[in-house]
Design a protein around this ligand. Structure first.
Ligand code: 2IT
Length: 447
């Protein structure tokens, strides 16, 4: 049994119920097999065993009172997974389905993603089983204030810097930041990223994950002397990532023909390609209803109840942009059959294991930790701007983001080549992300 196989087996027997985390960890560990078999140092220093064990997890009660005066109780989490190359960094997810396993998978992915950006950020993630769906502004504020009343003691610019994720956008970050400032009596800008522009937020942070996703896809296409020009693109979701992707893909002459929500999907043959449509996506999100059907009513396009975009319409490129495991083996088969040539994950672990393996073998595939790293990269730039007490221009941030995404793309291909797996973005991303973190862990001794 190889070192990697042993660690995977131990993990499965220790935490059999942590399905999402096991899925993410298995993918990474399998990619590292050749690397850790070649050099005994990793095994001797038990680097993999340490890598899969979070440095710290905080779980806490979040009590709050709703608009009817009723007491509510949610569970809050922060998984501080790895700080070898920088303070813990990663988003907060507020969603009814949040569990420790989900946040462990997200924090684990974040270690490698953040390493790939080339910026000094470790991996973390947090959140709550609080569902923002149907909540008033006042209720969201009350929840955020209670959440931060515990979280503040675990975070800070040199310790852990949370940001947004599913269910946490500019509004939530504003409330969280306000409460943090009040408790610590310090304007510690770089304690949270994704802040509003008026109090230290970076230009393009809301767009960054989507823009970065498109820059990555552009780099993938360039290896075959192709561009986005005239390509049809199917995406899932209608939130932050989908919004940024729609804008940048349109600018580069691609056509986004689908959006989706928990209620189903819409097909827009003219493309989600106008200011009015992008603004409407923001409106749908702000409504808090979490459904995409209103788009079909507003723009007179077809809505398919309970359907996923992948099976319904042919597309050149498919980009899951909402949640984990939203593209399965059956969807992957249909995509390939209908002529899709490239799938890249805008969302973390957007494809199931069976799906990405098939796509990776038969067409071009790239994983979330590489593709969607533009979001956290601009968070890193936001931290730099905060510590320098200045604000970069749109052009400066966009240039940096573009450079970082091209660099991540190049790192993936180089690491894959070095491992003898030409063009394998999964292996490339995992190996390139790992090598830097492992080097830092080795240098810092057994901690
Ligand atoms: O998945 C992600 O990379 C994020 N949700 C963004 C994390 C961040 O710190 O900006």
């Amino acid at each position: 049994m190889s070192y990697v196989e042993k660690v995977i087996e131990e993990l499965h027997s220790k935490y059999p119920w942590e399905k999402e985390f096991l899925q993410a960890a298995t993918e990474v560990l399998e990619s590292l097999d050749a690397i850790v078999e070649k050099d005994l140092i990793y095994k001797e220093a038990k680097i993999l065993e340490r890598l899969v064990e979070p440095e710290r997890i905080v779980i806490f009660r979040v009590p709050w009172v709703n608009d009817n005066g009723e007491v509510q109780v949610n569970r809050g989490f922060r998984v501080q997974f790895n700080s070898a190359i920088g303070p813990y960094k990663g988003g907060l997810r507020f969603h009814a389905s949040v569990t420790l396993s989900m946040l462990k998978f997200l924090a684990f992915e974040q270690i490698f993603k953040n390493s790939l950006t080339g910026l000094p950020m470790g991996g973390g993630k947090g959140g709550s089983d609080f569902s923002p769906v149907g909540k008033t502004d006042n209720e969201v504020m009350k929840f955020c204030q209670s959440f931060m009343t515990e979280l503040y003691r675990h975070i800070g610019p040199h310790t852990d810097i949370p940001a947004g994720d599913v269910g946490v956008g500019g509004r939530e970050i504003g409330y969280l930041y306000g409460q943090h400032k009040r408790i610590v009596n310090r304007f510690d800008s770089a304690t949270l990223t994704g802040k509003g522009r008026s109090f230290g937020g970076s230009i393009f942070r809301p767009e960054a994950t989507g823009f970065g996703t498109v820059y990555f896809v552009q780099a993938m296409l360039k290896t075959k002397d192709e561009s986005l020009d005239g390509k049809t693109i199917g995406i899932s979701g209608f939130g932050n990532v989908a919004w940024g992707v729609s804008q940048k893909a349109t600018e580069l002459c691609g056509k986004v023909i689908t959006l989706s929500g928990p209620d189903g999907c819409i097909i827009d043959p003219d493309g989600v390609g106008t200011e009015e449509k992008w603004n409407y996506m923001l409106e749908m999100r702000a409504s808090g209803d979490d459904i995409v059907k209103p788009y079909s009513d507003k723009f007179g396009v077809k809505f398919y109840e309970n359907a996923r975009p992948w099976d319904i319409v042919p597309m050149d490129i498919a980009l899951p942009c909402a949640f984990q495991n939203e593209l399965n083996e059956e969807n992957a088969k249909n995509l390939i059959k209908n002529g899709c040539k490239l799938v890249a994950e805008g969302s973390n672990m957007g494809c199931t294991q069976e799906a990405w393996k098939m796509l990776n073998e038969r067409i071009k595939f790239a994983p979330g930790k590489a593709v969607n790293a533009g979001g956290v990269a601009v968070s890193g730039l936001e931290m730099s701007q905060n510590s320098e007490r200045l604000s970069w221009t749109a052009e400066e941030v966009d240039t940096q983001l573009h450079r970082i995404m091209e660099n991540i793309h190049a790192q993936c291909l180089e690491a894959a080549d070095a491992a003898g797996s030409h063009g394998d973005y999964v292996k490339g991303a995992n190996i390139a992300g790992f090598l830097k973190v492992a080097e830092a862990m080795l240098a810092q001794g057994v901690v």
